[in-house]
Design a binder for this molecule. Structure first.
Ligand code: NAI
Length: 334
């Protein structure tokens, strides 16, 4: 049995380590905006570094001092690097590495670029991770509600000897130690995050599409099928019940017929072939093949991704969804 991970709460983290520091948030997107606002509300000195685009203007409108990325890094003691993973390496080499102070703290919200070796930080800085397990908008929303979202915290490089204290202070400032921040590693975050999104989110998309095609080709009404699969919002409610009650504990909310069907038919879908496929997908992540493939895709100008996305959006299901939305008012409970 694996040991329970270490969990840190507000009492375990001390903001004073960041009190006289300038924190530069590089990138004012999903995570950047939420984390900047939360840290400012937690009493920290936050500046923003952004290229001149619409995000730059939003940061100015939100009342931050906004600088070019290189200037912000020069001014900062702590750098929260919050731009998309695939553009991080080039931006790091051009604007961040040349301007990093000795003893600076470099914080990531994902383990991806460091774990897979796309960024090799200099030895004279701390390298830490505070990875919220939540989309940016909710990182802000939950902070304002007073609850906060949980995060994984990790130390990749401890130059100062205080790297974990910095990670915990940042986690506290964005609201994560209110609910509990879990000690992890860059590798663990990167691998589990990729695997989760590929097989759960990705697997679900294509399972739903296959089931839609199967039922429609068997003669069932596409609108009724979509309503059953996900458009009614019942499945979304079930997902919330899983979080609140537990994967199997929430079964009691379903009828006995449904429970029996789920418990006998569900396992048949995870047959030997499916198990092997899942293992292969995990191996491709762990040994770096996925990261290399994605890097090549980026270099090729995202051609394959554009084609795959276009094809997905051409599937008839997209049209039925739109029509169904006009026919039935679908309201999701809070
Ligand atoms: P995002 O897509 O919202 O980032 C937009 C920001 O990146 C903007 O400020 C934009 O100016 C800047 N940017 C984009 N391309 C750039 C380039 N070529 N050069 C300079 N700046 C550029 O990013 P998001 O989703 O907030 O992700 C940031 C980090 O947070 C990533 O490491 C991601 O893995 C992690 N993360 C994201 C979550 C989310 O809610 N989306 C959840 C947890 C972690």
């Amino acid at each position: 049995m694996m040991a329970k991970p270490k969990v840190f709460y507000d009492k375990d983290a001390d903001l004073t380590i960041l009190k006289d520091k300038i924190i530069a948030v590089i990138g004012y997107g999903n995570q950047g905006r939420a984390q900047s606002l939360n840290m400012r509300d937690s009493g920290l000195k936050v500046i923003v570094g952004n290229r001149k685009d619409e995000y730059y203007d939003i940061a100015v409108r939100d009342g931050f001092e906004v600088y070019s990325i290189d200037r912000a890094v020069k001014l900062a003691d702590v750098i929260c690097f919050l731009i998309p993973d695939e553009v991080q390496p080039a931006v790091f080499e051009k604007y961040i590495r040349p301007n990093l102070k000795k003893g600076a703290v470099l914080d990531f919200a994902s383990g991806y670029t460091v774990h897979f070796g796309f960024i090799e930080p200099p030895e004279n800085i701390d390298v830490i991770m505070v990875a919220p397990k939540m989309i940016g908008a909710s990182v802000r929303e939950l902070y304002l509600k007073g609850t906060g979202c949980t995060s994984l915290v990790a130390v990749h490089q401890d130059y100062s000897g205080k790297a974990l204290d910095y990670a915990l202070a940042l986690a506290k400032a964005i609201g994560s130690t209110r609910s509990g921040a879990i000690l992890s590693t860059f590798e663990e975050e990167a691998v589990t995050d990729l695997f989760g999104e590929q097989v759960l989110a990705g697997g679900q998309l294509f399972l739903l599409r296959f089931v839609f095609d199967l039922l429609v080709s068997a003669g069932y009404n596409p609108y009724v099928v979509l309503l059953e699969l996900y458009m009614s919002g019942e499945a979304a409610e079930e997902a919330k019940k899983i979080v609140r009650m537990g994967l199997f504990k929430q079964l009691s909310l379903h009828s006995p017929t449904s429970q029996y069907g789920q418990l006998t038919r569900g396992p048949r879908m995870i047959n030997k072939q499916a198990q092997e496929t899942l293992r292969e997908i995990l191996d491709e992540i762990v040994d770096g093949r996925f990261a290399k493939e994605w890097e090549l895709e980026k270099k090729a100008g995202y051609v394959r991704m554009r084609i795959l996305k276009r094809k997905a959006l051409e599937h008839p299901l997209n049209r039925f969804e739109e029509e169904l939305r006009k026919m039935v008012k679908i309201i999701l409970p809070e």
